[in-house]
Ligand binder design. Sequence first.
Ligand SMILES: [Zn+2]
Length: 340
Amino acid sequence: MGLSLADRLRAGSVLGAEGYVFELERRGYIKAGPFVPEVVLDFPDAVRELHREFLRAGADVMVALTYYAHREKLRDVGREDDLEAMNRQAVRIAREVAREGDALVAGNVCNTWAYDPDDPATKQTVRAMYAEQLGWAVEEGIDFVISETNDYLGEALIALEVIRELGLPAMVTLAPTQPDQTRDGYGYADACRILAAEGAQVVGLNCDRGPQTMLPLITDIREAVDCAVAVQPVPYRTDPAAPTMETLRSPDGERAFPIALDPFYCTRFEMAHFALQARELGADYVGICCGAGPHHVRAMAEALGREVPASKYSPSMDLHPMFRADVAAKDAAFLHSWTA
Ligand SMILES: [Zn+2]
């Protein structure tokens, strides 16, 4: 039996890796637009492989790919009948790969797009969606639940309540799409304080913002709560002028989100630097969201002082023919074109 989430948080940083939907879309297994994880049923090996890549790169948690595998979204793509099978299989795959290493398995729910703070009836709809998804996840076997990309504190609180009723530890993170508050008007730190008071074990932010614009929000959250803090940015170079990936624009003014973000991609070195900064600010659960590649995760793990399975193949640029110390003697004829 491995260490629990609480044990791991006490022992030091927990490393998270997400962004399954973006990465599997990039690989041709998920349709951009609806972003429903049909891949779980259609190409389970592709999901297994990405879990394995993140595991080998040092991720401590295998997050079941049930993001957007909820009733509302499946209806959009005409697969409502596959709802239960998709949710169960996603957890089974995550569990199977987690056992290849020493990772925890997280059930996963997200914003539903069905919540309306001004319409009390939607609360029941959302609650029922979370209850059915997490009910199946619990039956398949999960260690805790990540409720993420929450736009509304109100919706996040519904998820938290369902998770607590199931008797599981909860990590609840907000999507910081707005400058300083949730869509129902709570400052991010305030919303995290309320979630912590309601029993979340980990609170914080994930998605939408890159490291540069997400980290400044973490300081206030760290001060507001005593529980663990999570920070999982997207690996894109957002800045004060375009603080979220949704607001990034190409030089000719075209929206880059969600499938033309490549020019803004962070290098592994930038994400390694982010991991160190996050730890410095007191974040306990340090991770990465949409856009994540295994190379980012490994660089983050190594920056945090770990050697992971994929470290066996970490760069040795001193062995590159053109970067080795004796290059001048050996490859003099090539050198000019490499240094010009
Ligand atoms: Zn994301």
